[in-house]
Design a protein around this ligand. Sequence first.
Ligand code: AKG
Ligand code: FE2
Length: 262
Amino acid sequence: MNIENLCEFGGIVHAADNTNLLELPSSYIENLFKDYHLLLFRGFDSLSKDEMVAFSERFGPLLKWDFGYVFDLQIQENPKNHIFREGRLELHWDGSYLGPEKTPKYSFFQCIEGNDFEGGETIFCDSINAFEDSDDEFKSKLKAANITYQTERKAHFGGTLSWPLVCPMTNDGRPVIRYMEAFNEDNEDINPIDVSVDGMDRLNSDAFLRELNAHLYKSKYLYQHRWTKGEFLMFNNNALLHGRNSFQSASDRRRIQRVHIL
Ligand SMILES: O=C(O)CCC(=O)C(=O)O
Ligand SMILES: [Fe+2]
């Protein structure tokens, strides 16, 4: 197998002779996750939904949502949640509203239709380095913050959640920033998320969250993935935050499927 670096925290796994992903030993992939937080698989056979489940199950139990194990994500006509619209998606971690026991360890994606033009890239933020890199004063502010999130459940997620901003990463204890991004202008009319820092008045809380947003969006922490049909991507949901750029075209046919592994 041939591995190439994709970004600071990601690698590309190239298939040898059209291998099926189900033929790759899960121990091989798990070992790669010691060095990378994100793996992009190129040149592999496409997988049916059942095969995506079979592949994912080898890494742990799967998270079952209202729609089952496989989330089908594409732009919808009259969506209930902004995830299905062309606006941008704020940085977040998956399964946030389900609490720590149901936070997926990995998210596994397959691209059914790509976006071979600008817009609609999935954004990944290296929240380990974003924490480690910050100066001492900002670090102590980050460590002291407990954040409350509130969003109405309109699709498969929502509710109220209170979470420390800095948490140990579950597999090696390194601190990460776990955060759902405040002030997404593209969700305000449909599915706004209220984000506040516990114990701070609104003015101070907003100022701190804006500073945090600016920090997380520094290009040195980001990788933006433009999808090509047939690619697979698997990432460590405890180590990275992710979001999505807005689409340039409302008729974009981009379609991705996702499975959550606990
Ligand atoms: O559309 C995307 O690129 C990301 C969607 C997302 O965050 C998810 O499916 O968990
Ligand atoms: Fe997500």
